[in-house]
Design a protein around this ligand. Structure first.
Ligand SMILES: Nc1ncnc2c1ncn2[C@@H]1O[C@H](COP(=O)(O)OP(=O)(O)OP(=O)(O)O)[C@@H](O)[C@H]1O
Ligand SMILES: [Mg+2]
Length: 289
């Protein structure tokens, strides 16, 4: 890695807020950066030129309808899928050129958890910790901590094949946290969870983020995005159609449509993906000035 043209400043040498006039500091605090990301499957253009920039320390929401390209983007950013065109850097490392460095810096909980059904939850977490270089004793302690965190202590020594869907998701989240990653990718972490488990995951996302982990989160729950995310992007048909803070996106819609009341993130989502409430509700809604 002798030359890294995209990396202009080492963040450790620059204090927060120390803006140098006239210097374009593209990468200074970027945890995730994608430029012109494209993915073609045979006959399908799943992702069609996605640009993203997630600041270190953010909780970033990635929203979009089914089939929009969220998981495909996450899989490219996490080195699990080849990139057809474009480039991406995660935690300062080029995804295509230095996938091992990216893998060491990230934690990933995918939409379909890849758990070994024959293991117990505790075995899985201890194995993960050992793979990250922890001693047997440290690994056992870390597993205990994480099992408590996702409230799976009672099920810790049962085989995963007997876990419910929600328990598997929580275990998968715990396994993504084993090595306190710099960037955590969560693809729909709360889909299929009961309301209490969902809140547990929200708390955990906040706690992990407070400790300095950047979180890249896809979700179908707009309230979740509103509660958790500093900024978000909406993808539709493989392209980013909105990006900003939840407050800014709502304000922009309110202004553009001349709405009397503050719209919800649901309204922003429907507007961004080419659907409106009136169409969804069967052309019954009147527009009030
Ligand atoms: N392995 C694959 N082979 C071919 N096409 C695929 C493959 N995986 C995804 N696709 C297609 O790529 C597009 C984007 O899929 P992707 O899984 O990224 O969507 P998503 O936004 O994650 O959707 P969801 O909300 O349903 O999880 C879809 O048209 C999908 O059918
Ligand atoms: Mg998906």
């Amino acid at each position: 890695m002798s030359s890294q043209p995209g990396r202009r400043l080492d963040s450790r040498t620059t204090d927060e807020g120390d803006d140098v006039a006239g210097v374009v500091e593209l990468d200074r605090h970027a945890a995730v950066e994608a430029q012109g990301l494209v993915k073609h499957y045979p006959g399908v253009e799943a992702v069609r030129g996605v640009d993203l920039r997630v600041q270190a320390g953010e909780v970033f929401g990635f929203l979009g309808p089914n089939g929009a390209g969220k998981s495909t983007t996450v899989r490219m950013l996490t080195t699990l899928l080849s990139i057809t065109e474009g480039s991406a850097r995660v935690a300062g490392h080029d995804v295509a050129r230095d996938p091992d460095a990216v893998r060491r810096a990230i934690g990933v909980a995918l939409q379909e958890a890849g758990l070994d059904p024959r293991q117990t939850g505790r075995e899985l977490l201890e194995l993960q910790a050992r793979l990250f270089g922890m001693s047997a004793q440290t690994a056992a302690g870390r597993a205990r901590e994480l099992l408590a965190l996702v409230e799976l202590e009672d099920a810790a020594d049962r085989r995963i094949k007997g876990y419910s869907g929600g328990m598997k998701r929580r275990l998968d989240l715990a396994s993504a946290l084993v090595h306190e990653p710099e960037v955590l990718f969560l693809d729909e972490p709360t889909t299929g969870l009961d309301p209490a488990s969902r809140l547990t995951v929200w708390d955990e996302v906040r706690r992990v983020n407070d400790r300095g982990t950047t979180v890249f989160l896809t979700t179908q729950y707009l309230e979740e995005a509103d509660q958790l995310c500093d900024r978000l992007a909406i993808i539709a048909g493989g392209r980013i159609v909105r990006e900003g803070t939840p407050a800014r996106l709502k304000a922009e819609l309110r202004e553009r449509r001349g709405l009397a009341a503050e719209p919800t993130l649901d309204d922003v989502f429907l507007d961004a993906t080419g659907r409106t409430r009136d169409r969804v509700a069967g052309d019954v809604q009147e527009v009030s000035a």
